[in-house]
Design a protein around this ligand. Structure first.
Ligand code: ZN
Ligand code: ZN
Length: 264
């Protein structure tokens, strides 16, 4: 399984990155039994549709999974819909879009479309819920409750290791503050992709985001193999959140960057 950062700028697109979008791929048998690459994109924030084209052909994408419905995590779903419906080669096959309840209505609002629009020619909306895993080829996607101003999930993906010898897991916090759901999501992960939008001593509001330190604490709680920090906003000093995480977690800590890939 491999993780590629498509976009990682927090809360909005940034000067050198699209907003949140992460490509997760794994090799496994296709419908015809032949080995192929299965692809999931986690979130599709502003600018992510274009950036995604650098990494995967949209016709070969198997699923979109949305952590929550804030604009910085989902507005480019409309770009995906336009690409699929109006591609000159003809409409692309319907793509599964797994999201919180209300994802269709939210997408319609972003698109400025009428109530009779359901995008069913190119998108198939499926509602995520905790305790109900979703299979995408050889990968299993599970969601866990986050602590955020709107319904939001942490996402855990389990699948075959790149060498095919075993099973690996990665987890993505989406947007969240520390909470039991995220603690459960992080247990035993090989890689934790954690937001770190807030800074200690600067952002005191709770129930919205993790600081670098709280991301590090989540990595400790989960006993994870490595930590990747993401969703750092354009106004935040990246080394500061990195130092916060490293002050509590002894493992490898990296900052997400567009195009960066981790092979598990
Ligand atoms: Zn966000
Ligand atoms: Zn959010």
């Amino acid at each position: 399984m491999r993780l590629t950062v498509v976009g990682c700028s927090g809360s909005m697109s940034g000067p050198d990155s699209a907003a949140s979008a992460y490509l997760v791929e794994a090799r496994g048998p296709g419908e015809d039994g032949a080995e192929r690459t299965w692809s999931i994109v986690l979130d599709l924030g502003p600018g992510a549709m274009g950036a995604l084209l650098n990494h995967v052909d949209p016709r070969e994408l198997d699923a979109v999974v949305l952590s929550h419905l804030h604009a910085d995590h989902m507005v480019d779903l409309i770009g995906m819909q336009v690409y699929r419906r109006w591609h000159p080669d003809g409409p692309l096959p319907p793509l599964d879009v797994h999201g919180p309840a209300g994802t269709l209505e939210r997408t319609r609002a972003v698109g400025g479309d009428d109530e009779d629009e359901d995008y069913s020619d190119v998108l198939t909306f499926r509602t995520l819920s905790t305790g109900t895993p979703v299979a995408v080829g050889p990968m299993t996607v599970e969601v866990f409750d986050a602590w955020h101003p709107v319904p939001a999930f942490g996402i855990r993906v389990t699948g075959p290791s790149e060498d095919g010898a075993g099973t690996v897991s990665l987890g993505y916090t989406g947007d969240t503050d520390s909470c039991p759901g995220q603690d459960a999501m992080a247990q035993g992960l090989d890689l934790l992709l954690s937001e770190a939008a807030f800074q200690e001593d600067r952002d005191e509001a709770r129930g919205i985001h993790l600081t670098g330190r709280r991301a590090g604490e989540l990595a400790v709680t989960g006993g994870v193999g490595r930590l990747v920090l993401t969703h750092v906003q354009p106004w935040t000093d990246k080394p500061t959140v990195l130092d916060e995480a490293r002050s509590v977690y002894d493992g490898q800590v990296d900052l997400a960057a567009p195009g960066a890939t981790w092979v598990l």
